[in-house]
Design a protein around this ligand. Structure first.
Ligand SMILES: [Zn+2]
Length: 272
């Protein structure tokens, strides 16, 4: 059970990364005799971002070695009972979400380091944020252009920063509400402009879904592939076309598009 479960995780990560960026990923993670990677092997095979964050599950950041160890222990630990039925991340069994006052004021800047693409990123962020804001009147992403010139995780005038990155590992990556401030950024690679049928606003809509606490829909057992872990709680019935479901993971649609189920999940977590 352990080895097949870990193998599925490794395959899941590889499939996201491959489909997302055309990159290959080390298979060292499932190379030892039991099939389960040791923590050292797992850490060695995990991509480390420009700012020192570990990237897991394709586009999710983990800040510290201690948190990576906890993530690993949840992966290889006893499987909790599978649950059926958008899904919210849980930390020690508790929903990973913003308070009512914070979700009504999710402030962000867009780094001037995007250069000639700055205004395009501003527009794509607005489109992505608008998907969730239209679903729930409780959710409000607030763009603060005055902070764009010093738009980093160290800027305490905003909740999170949107910054450029150059990587072959992903198109964009985000964080969860429980992520500490020093790692709370959305990083965007130039490949966002050349991602086929995926609209930049939808890609950032997916990333902003993570920032609200939503996990990849394809980790649910119904997807049959790309399993990540069981640290989540269902908010709606499974939807293979959810904006949080990678199309390449047995998705019901080739496009990353916002669905009625995503809106229902956002209302279930934060209210209408
Ligand atoms: Zn994602």
């Amino acid at each position: 059970m352990l080895s097949s479960r870990v193998h599925k995780i490794s395959a899941g990560v590889a499939c996201l990364v491959a489909a997302f960026a055309g990159a290959t990923v080390s298979t060292a993670a499932d190379a030892d005799s039991t099939g389960a990677p040791t923590y050292k092997e797992f850490e060695a095979s995990t991509y480390v971002d420009v700012d020192g964050a570990y990237v897991v599950n394709g586009d999710e950041a983990i800040s510290t070695k201690g948190d990576l160890k906890k993530f690993y222990e949840r992966l290889v630990g006893p499987e909790s009972s599978p649950v059926d039925g958008l899904i919210v991340n849980t930390v020690n069994g508790v929903d990973d979400k913003w308070s009512a006052s914070q979700v009504a004021n999710l402030t962000y800047c867009v780094s001037t380091k995007f250069g000639t693409r700055h205004d395009d990123i501003v527009a794509a962020m607005s489109a992505g944020a608008g998907l969730w804001e239209a679903a729930s009147s409780k959710i409000d992403f607030v763009y603060v252009p005055a902070q764009d010139g010093k738009c980093t995780t160290r800027n305490n005038s905003i909740l999170f920063s949107v910054e450029p990155v150059a990587t072959t590992q992903y198109i964009a990556r985000a964080f969860f509400p429980s992520t500490p401030k020093r790692q709370r950024n959305v990083l965007v690679d130039d490949s966002i402009w050349t991602s086929g049928t995926w609209e930049p606003g939808d890609i950032l809509g997916h990333e902003l879904g993570h920032t609200l606490g939503f996990r990849h829909e394809h980790t649910r057992p119904e997807a049959g592939t790309c399993f990540e872990d069981n640290n989540w709680r269902p908010l709606t019935p499974y939807d293979s076309s959810s904006i949080m479901h990678y199309p390449q993971c047995n998705g019901g649609s080739a496009d990353l598009e916002f669905q009625a189920s995503d809106a229902a999940g956002a209302r279930a977590l934060y209210g209408s």
